[in-house]
Design a protein around this ligand. Structure first.
Ligand code: HEM
Length: 508
């Protein structure tokens, strides 16, 4: 039954939905509610879906975008920039059901990713971008990063699997930024790991919940066990996060004025939506915003970190070149910190090449309507309710017109004089790759992600030599999840400590 989720990606068209509803009701009445009825209904729905998905919409012009059904796919860099940057006002909303929180809360509690363009989105986005993700705040988090790096290095030295350990490290840093170091310390590693696990469970289960957004009225009756699972997962989120929020709320009065560092939860408690009567963020929104911060921030950054380390394992010569740069920076220091990273051009090149070659978020998606959008995507009319435009991030970053030998991993292309020299990740001046999206809804975590990627890669290379395991070769095959592109098999590597004496702080 899972393929129903992908079968009806665009059934928002009013006629299709009416037709679907009539058929479904008839089928339901005919076959009754027995378990076997599911298979019959699936066949009916499949049959019903076929003509809807093959509506003869014409091809989009203005690049190599092709238009199928009610969806436009853009692979051309110029079209992507024209749409997302130059005509950003027409490309502001994401389609309902394309983002996790919309699905999990059935459109009831928005976070930044799922919010339609408007006062709530503006306030929530400004809060995170000028608050916890702002470079001035990141600078104050050196202690959190060093604590997590220490735990990570210890785990790797004791033989913990590389891929899984990288994910937990990224999650731990973000949890520190979200709740504060003291709350995370009180939680302890076991509970933090449990929180990360259920966040992952949600991500894996989400694709199967899309039916409840598309069929809000009948979905819960047709897919009863899925419905109960969705409610249970959301309840688990609330039971996990809200007690932490309450603890922070009680505690912060005491520390008010004593610290310049504001955690994400504290900033959310202070947030007011001025254009909406000055209201505070509701508990439902709080849970969705926290879940987004931990989920979107971890899965994307950790996937990129894993891809980067995997490519370095595959290319010992590149790894050694980067290690020399890192060692020169580490010289006599406990850890390579933020200010050092800015002086490591090859490190930046390696991370950028990894994001170009393996962007963790495979597409950027928008719901569009109106004349401006029509002009940009090159169509004369749009169906009722607009169209979905899908910018294929991976293809754009591998465009042979922009990148020589685009499938190869060559960090040198981002060094001075290379074709990627000066690449603008926000795509404001030029769009050559767009791993963080573009335009007004570009990822607000860009600077944070780049800092964490560079920080972990640099320090992990000074700590270890990363070799391919004899019996478990690194496999660079991609697994396309619903929201993220990750390694098909988690990274395994043979780690050789470079010099235990160089890191005496780890023996604490
Ligand atoms: C390597 C790491 C990351 C990658 C590749 C990535 C990628 C993306 C992409 C492609 C988008 C969609 C942009 C668009 O539609 O134009 C996005 C949006 C978003 N990202 Fe990230 N992201 C990363 C890290 C983070 C981090 C660390 C956070 C926060 C902790 C974060 C929070 C968000 C949020 C809140 C949005 C929604 C923005 C909006 O709708 O206004 N991301 N990200």
């Amino acid at each position: 039954m899972d393929d129903l989720v992908t079968m009806f990606p665009h059934l928002s068209h009013s006629r299709s939905v009416t037709l679907l509803f009539l058929f479904l009701t008839t089928a339901f009445l005919l076959v009754g509610c027995s378990r076997k009825s599911g298979a019959v209904m699936l066949a009916v729905l499949r049959w019903l879906a076929a003509p809807v998905l093959t509506l003869p919409w014409h091809r989009a012009s203005g690049g190599r975008g092709t238009r199928r059904g009610l969806s436009v796919q853009v692979t051309d860099r110029a079209v992507a920039r024209r749409a997302l940057v130059q005509h950003s006002a027409a490309f502001l909303d994401r389609p309902t059901g394309a983002v996790p929180s919309t699905i999990l809360t059935r459109n009831r509690h928005y976070n930044i990713l799922s919010a339609p363009y408007g006062p709530y989105w503006r306030a929530a986005r400004r809060n995170v971008a000028t608050g916890v993700l702002h470079p001035s705040q990141l600078r104050m988090l050196g202690g959190t990063r060093a604590r997590v790096l220490g735990d990570l290095v210890r785990a790797l030295k004791s033989g913990a699997p590389a891929g899984e350990s990288l994910y937990f490290a990224v999650y731990s840093v973000l949890a520190g930024m979200c709740f504060g170091e003291d709350v995370v310390a009180e939680l302890g590693e076991t509970r933090l790991r449990a929180m990360q696990k259920f966040q992952r469970d949600i991500l894996l289960a989400l694709p199967s919940f899309g039916v409840f957004v598309r069929y809000p009225r009948i979905g819960r009756f047709l897919y009863r066990s899925r419905w109960h699972r969705l409610l249970a997962l959301r309840r688990q989120q609330e039971e996990s996060f809200l007690p932490l929020v309450a603890a922070i709320r009680n505690r912060r009065e005491a520390s008010r004025g004593n610290t310049t560092l504001t955690t994400y939860v504290e900033s959310l408690l202070d947030l007011r939506i001025h254009e909406d009567g000055g209201r505070a963020v509701t508990d439902g929104e709080l849970v969705s915003l926290i879940s987004e911060f931990l989920g979107a921030g971890t899965e994307s950054t950790a996937a990129a970190l894993e891809w980067t380390m995997a490519n370095l394992v595959k290319s010992p010569d590149l790894q050694q070149k980067l290690r020399l740069e890192a060692n020169a920076m580490a010289c006599g220091k406990r850890v390579i910190e933020e200010e050092d990273l800015a002086r490591m051009p090859y490190l930046r090149a390696v991370v950028l090449e990894s994001l170009r070659r393996h962007p963790p978020v495979p597409f950027v998606i928008r719901r569009v309507d109106g004349d401006d959008a029509k002009k940009v995507i090159g169509v004369s009319r749009l169906p009722d309710g607009g169209a979905t435009v899908n910018f294929l991030v991976g293809k754009i970053g591998r465009d042979p017109a922009a990148w020589s030998d685009p499938m190869s991993f060559k960090p040198e292309r981002f060094m001075p004089g290379g074709e990627g020299d000066g690449t603008d990740l926000t795509c404001t001046t030029e769009l050559k790759m767009m791993p963080f999206g573009a335009g007004r809804r570009v990822c607000p975590g860009l600077a944070t992600a780049m800092l964490h990627l560079k920080y972990f890669v640099a320090n992990l290379l000074t700590e270890f030599e990363w070799w391919e395991a004899e019996d478990d070769k690194v496999d660079l095959t991609e697994f396309r999840g619903f929201f993220f592109t990750v390694m098909n098999r988690p990274l395994q590597a043979r780690l050789v400590p470079t010099d235990a004496a160089a890191a005496p702080w780890l023996s604490n």
